[in-house]
Design a protein around this ligand. Structure first.
Ligand code: DMJ
Length: 471
């Protein structure tokens, strides 16, 4: 990405090495960070990607180095120092009129840069997925500037009072208004929703739980429908916004949702524990059922293909009636568990048939397993792992690669490995088969790049600085 390198793969995989106790490559990585890495480079970077992967990676490495004494000395400040330097550069991205971050930042010049595409708008998911990282940094340093910039974004988005808490996927950084009506939980929408309950879990701020509850109801009323033959539940898209016809398409990216629904319902406890709590309601049971149904569909994205790996995007056979606006009042039909029926419902188009070794399904499997204890989730995860082993290993066995098409065996390979394969997919698979008390969901919250950060009680002036306007 830049002549001097930004350590993209190295930093994104630091905490994976820590969690897997890979001490030798970790020592090498740390040495490189200490001696070579500089953020003072005349380089444009994506504000969101750099926050979730680089800041998230460094902050998590800092946190784990205080928790796992065998892998590092407690007084090791290199990760935190690099995170602070980076964050102070990324703050330039928030210097817009509205407080919505620009799509990019020049690290050396410390200036924000509006997107060169999409009419200059930033994507909603990108703007609204920096909060866990910025707030943890405020907690660590006592400097509230990161916290304030991060929460301002959510205040601006929420002030638009979108129906059902469902937000269009582009927002203008200067004017702070949405520039499209298109709504989806896949690309450009996804992690806005993921960070609502996670912000609540991280700091206990109830405003974000309210927003999540509203958005989840909105999804049930306007986005979640079922397939024609097997009645698998899926999250459709609204190209023209709420009140218009649904498009029967679901990105693999949406598969963060089952795990997130279960996490929000139980607050990271096991289902058995959560059910004992006084706040547990029929609504939470319903949410857990929804999580299980969507999990099945995400597993289906793998189970129906020849390679056993999911395409980037799936389309579904669905009855016209099930794509009409306002689905809230409909009754769901029983889902078939027959693979033959599932196959009739999945449509994979040639341009959507690639696989980037994405994590979302195994991420949700990890959360579902930790929460429900149901072994089926480990079994599905194991099959997915085996399929990755079989089809994505490079010819000489020295790495892994993305695939061109999951529908043919052997699949044509690409020549690319995304850093989230190391940061997320392998980490979540590892944790799926680790002991339940390793990185417990009651103590940590994973950022959207799978970097575990601690849940904490904010001190001093670190508290919610805004209120929702009446709907
Ligand atoms: C990751 O960078 C993050 O999980 C992000 O939220 C979505 N895209 C990739 C993985 O698919």
């Amino acid at each position: 990405m830049s002549p001097k390198g930004l350590g993209w793969i190295i930093i994104d995989s630091l905490d994976t090495m820590m969690l897997m106790n890979l001490t030798e490559p970790l020592a090498e990585a740390r040495k490189w960070l200490h001696r070579e890495l500089t953020w003072d480079q005349d380089q444009d970077v994506n504000t969101f990607e750099t926050t979730i992967r680089m800041m998230g990676g460094l902050l998590s490495a800092h946190y784990l180095s205080t928790q796992l004494p065998d892998i590092s000395s407690k007084r090791d400040s290199v990760y935190l120092a690099k995170a602070i330097d980076l964050a102070d550069r990324l703050l330039a991205g928030f210097e817009s009129q509205s407080g919505i971050p620009y799509a990019s930042v020049n690290l050396g010049k410390k200036v924000g840069i509006q997107s060169h595409a999409d009419g200059g708008a930033s994507s909603t998911a990108e703007a609204a997925t920096v909060q866990l990282e910025m707030k943890y940094l405020s907690h660590l340093t006592g400097n509230d500037v990161y916290w304030r910039r991060a929460e301002k974004v959510i205040e601006v988005l929420d002030a638009q009072k979108m129906e059902g808490g469902l937000l269009p996927i582009f927002v203008h950084a200067e004017y702070g208004v949405f520039t499209t009506r298109e709504i989806r939980l896949g690309s450009r929408g996804d992690s806005y929703y993921e960070y609502l309950p996670k912000q609540y879990l991280q700091t206990g701020e109830s405003i974000y739980l309210d927003m999540w509850n509203e958005a989840l109801e909105g999804m049930k009323s306007h986005l979640i429908t079922e397939t024609k033959h097997s009645k698998l539940k899926f999250v459709a898209e609204l190209p023209l916004g709420v009140g218009d016809t649904l498009s029967p398409k679901m990105d693999h990216l949406v598969c963060f949702l089952p795990g997130t629904i279960a996490l929000a319902a139980t607050q990271g406890r096991t289902l058995a524990e959560a059910r004992k709590s006084l706040e547990w309601t029929e609504q939470h049971e319903e949410d857990m059922n929804l999580a299980a149904e969507l999990m099945k569909t995400c597993w289906g994205m793998y189970a129906v293909t020849e390679t056993g790996l999911a395409p980037e995007i799936a389309w579904f056979e669905a009855a016209d009636d099930d794509l009409k606006p306002d689905l809230g009042s409909r009754r769901w039909r029983r889902t078939s568990n027959s693979l033959r029926n599932w196959k009739k419902d999945f449509i994979i188009k040639p341009l959507d048939a690639h696989n980037l070794q994405r994590p979302e399904t195994v991420e949700s499997l990890f959360m579902m397993y930790r929460i429900t204890g149901d072994n089926m989730y480990r079994e599905w995860g194991w099959k997915i792992f085996q399929a990755f082993q079989k089809h994505t290993k490079t010819t000489f066995g020295d790495g892994y690669t993305s695939l061109e098409d999951v529908r043919t065996v052997p699949p044509k390979t690409r020549d690319n490995m995304e850093s989230f394969w190391l940061a997320e997919t392998l980490k979540y698979l590892h944790l799926l088969f680790s002991s339940e008390d390793y990185m417990p969901l009651t103590e940590v919250v994973f950022n959207t790049e799978a970097h575990p950060l601690p849940r904490f009680t904010p001190q001093g002036n670190l508290k919610t600085g805004w209120m929702r306007m009446p709907r």
